[in-house]
Design a protein around this ligand. Structure first.
Ligand code: IVH
Length: 703
């Protein structure tokens, strides 16, 4: 083994990827499978070598480096359960005004001026669980997973005392959702017990709850003091009540624990007052909470409000202020992302913030370091950030730690200002900053290894191809693998073939890969050849094209050939461009970014090579009731009287229609209210069917 001092950066990267695999394998064997594969001394040696390499090459440190891992490795090997209704997350509010805005937005979406009542309840800091009861019997329990598919933890959930196995008087089908958590005193006792048994202690109650529930050996879960609060529901064969609060009461009567601090509030002032009451009790509640959740109480209004892609419009989480801590800024590293953005990262002297050890924080961009915001206005009273400074760190929820303040009194007078590089630190290409853009970008494109790796990480991420056994760590490993490299997405799908062509089977006997895990990996890759158009579009990693855009574009074009030709032909001013930009949610910036990506020969080559390997599926509409408007492209114009434009659009989309902003030959239906002008004329010219709001409502209701 080479001394750390003699390693090159390439070797360091390859070894770090390899060490990450070994260490995570050892963690899994130890924590999850209860079958250690190495001695403690061997394990420590690996960790020390990993830390030494990271110390010498901080820029090569993996984002999920083993040195940053807390608690047990995530358990694999659970069955999967597809949620009948997706498990969503919540939009966050931080300031009092955000709560006021939340109420205003709801009123304007609904066009509603009457009394609007909300529930306010603590936001429990644990992990969410969905329990399904059929005819009163608990039949399954699933973690949230990616929101669509979770892990089957039925046997584990049955060991939790707060979770009833049988219900009397429940709807025939009832999905109860809530949070699994561990109380403070139980957490402390558990940690003492683990330490006595010479096992590793757990970092915090949330990690302890997650690690305890997701155990393959149910006996371990049974020995852990898990608790459960019910706060919402999924599929129901009949409603639990007409309001949120009635439904929670019904859950309580069925035997579930419902948080006793849940109250009704008549307006934002009362919501904020309850927030302050809960905040004041936070330290003495006996379990971790990280905010207060407000929900519209009337369920009929909730259903009119509906959902955005991942959050409901009728609820918001008002988070408690972030916790703060001071520490020293040891270094500023520049990371290159998948779109070439140079992101400065603060390397910190490790410090505990809100129970988590933090050693990295984001520095956003060069202006932020210099003490300016994107409009050139002073931030932190114009103070810049220099290596060696004392900086104040904060974390809010799950977000990456940030720097709030810098203490000039502690600055060494000779400390030089930070000079942001003008060359890409990874490939040496010029790093260019467009006027008006706060980000400097590497111009190396596909020749830049950092962009290559980051694109692959994005490609295999959850909302994209999500290949089991091929996560960020493995992609990094394969990227640097001299024998069986994965440099582009298409390479993933030729991996098995390339492995097979070698009589020695390159992958086998490699650290971390046995015959079984190779077979599993290849099967997982094979399974993903069949991919939804929405996921594929998102996976391409084109700038400005996020997960929601993937869905919008896939819904509009329906098939790959239609999407591909729609984008390839588009050019500002022509028909394909008008079609692209008429899609609601697609602006000129996104359209241009798509066009640029498809026109760039290298990018295009990579896309074509990938697509040749795939079986692309039209987008799956989520829980759309059969309706007369599925697949129609609808344009609204003029004044609507029964509902606001926003509600009409959301409802049309929920029923499977596409809503466009302007009339074109692709429009199927124009819904015209009083005052309709140029769009109505255009529709008339093109012979497009026009109806009024009344007719639209009947059509949408299926009459
Ligand atoms: S309601 C449609 N209520 O917070 C969303 N969620 O950040 C329904 N959580 O995934 C969620 N306490 O795991 C709701 N009182 C509460 C909650 C709560 C904790 C969690 C939940 C959710 C996450 C969103």
């Amino acid at each position: 083994m080479k001394a750390v001092d003699e390693l090159t950066i390439i070797e360091a990267r390859a070894e770090l990827a390899d060490l990450a695999l070994k260490i995570s394998g050892a963690n899994r064997a130890y924590h999850t499978l209860d079958a250690p594969v190495m001695s403690d001394a061997e394990y420590d040696l690996l960790k020390r070598r990993n830390a030494a390499i990271e110390g010498r090459f901080p820029e090569a440190k993996l984002s999920d480096s083993p040195t940053e891992q807390i608690g047990a490795a995530p358990a694999e090997g659970f069955g999967k359960i597809t949620h009948s209704l997706p498990m969503l997350s919540l939009e966050n509010a931080f300031a009092d005004e955000d709560v006021q805005d939340f109420e205003t937005r709801i009123r304007s979406f609904l066009g509603f001026a009457d009394q609007l009542t909300f529930t306010a309840e603590p936001k429990i800091d644990g992990l969410s669980l969905s329990l399904r009861y059929e005819n009163g019997n608990l039949v399954s329990a699933a973690t949230r997973g990616d929101g669509e598919v979770g892990e089957d933890v039925t046997a584990n959930a049955r060991t939790i005392a707060d979770i009833p196995h049988c219900l009397i008087g429940a709807p025939d089908i009832l999905e109860v959702r809530g949070e699994v958590y561990i109380a403070h005193k139980d957490f402390q006792a558990l940690n003492e017990r683990l330490l006595l048994a010479k096992e590793k202690g757990l970092a915090n109650p949330r990690n302890a709850a997650a690690g305890s529930l997701r155990q393959l050996d149910v006996r371990i879960t049974a020995s852990r003091p898990l608790k459960f609060f019910a706060y919402t529901w999924g599929v129901l064969s009949r409603p639990l009540g007409a309001t949120q609060i009635e439904s929670l009461d019904a859950l309580r009567s069925l035997g579930f624990a419902v948080n006793p601090l849940t109250v009704l509030c008549a307006n934002p002032e009362e919501m904020l007052a309850q927030y302050r009451r809960i905040e004041a009790q936070r330290a003495t509640l006996g379990y971790d909470i990280d905010g207060v959740v407000y929900k519209v109480n009337d369920l009929a209004l909730q259903s009119r409000l509906g959902f955005r892609s991942t959050t409901p419009r009728w609820a918001i989480a008002h988070k408690f202020p972030a916790e703060l801590a001071w520490t020293r800024l040891e270094a500023i590293d520049i990371q290159v992302g998948r779109t070439g953005a140079l992101s400065p990262v603060a390397r910190l002297s490790p410090v505990t913030v809100g129970g988590v050890v933090v050693s990295n924080a984001t520095l956003h961009n060069e202006d932020y370091i210099a003490g300016r915001d994107s409009k050139g206005q002073a931030i932190r009273a114009g103070k810049d950030i220099r290596v060696g400074d004392w900086v104040q760190i904060y974390r809010a929820g799950d977000v990456i730690p940030k720097i709030a303040e810098v203490d000039l009194a502690h600055r060494v007078p000779t400390a030089p200002p930070f000079v942001f590089p003008s060359l890409c630190p990874e490939c040496g290409s010029e790093a260019h900053r467009e006027p008006g853009d706060s980000v400097r970008r590497c111009t190396g494109g596909l020749i830049c290894p950092a962009q290559g790796v980051e694109r692959l990480k994005h490609f295999v991420s959850r909302g994209a191809f999500d290949i089991e056994g091929l996560g960020a760590k493995q992609v990094e490993y394969f990227f640097h693998d001299p024998e069986l490299p994965i440099k582009t997405p298409a390479d993933i799908f030729s991996l098995a073939l390339r492995d097979d062509q070698n009589p020695l089977k390159k992958l086998k006997n490699r650290e971390g890969y046995g015959a079984a895990s190779i077979t599993k990996l290849f099967a997982a890759i094979e399974a993903r050849r069949k991919i939804g158009l929405d996921r594929l579009i998102f996976a391409l990693g084109i700038r400005h094209v996020g997960e929601t855009a993937g869905v919008i574009l896939a819904r509009h074009y329906a098939t790959w050939p239609a999407f591909e030709s729609g984008v390839s032909l588009a050019e500002p001013g022509n028909a394909a461009w008008s079609e692209l930009t008429s899609i609601d949610g697609v602006g000129a910036v996104m359209a241009q970014s798509l066009v640029d990506a498809f026109r760039n020969p290298a990018e295009r080559g990579a896309i074509d090579a990938l697509v040749a390997q795939l079986d692309i599926q039209p987008v799956q509409m989520r829980a759309v009731q059969s309706s007369a408007i599925v697949g129609l492209t609808v344009v609204f114009t003029g004044t609507l009287e029964k509902m606001t434009r926003a509600e009409a659009k959301a409802r049309a989309e929920a029923l499977g229609a596409k809503v466009a902003g302007s009339v074109s030959a692709k429009t199927d239906l124009l819904v015209a209210g009083p005052g309709a002008g140029s769009k109505a004329k255009e529709a008339e010219k093109l012979g497009i069917r026009m109806i009024n709001e009344e007719e639209w409502l009947l059509l949408a209701a299926g009459e």
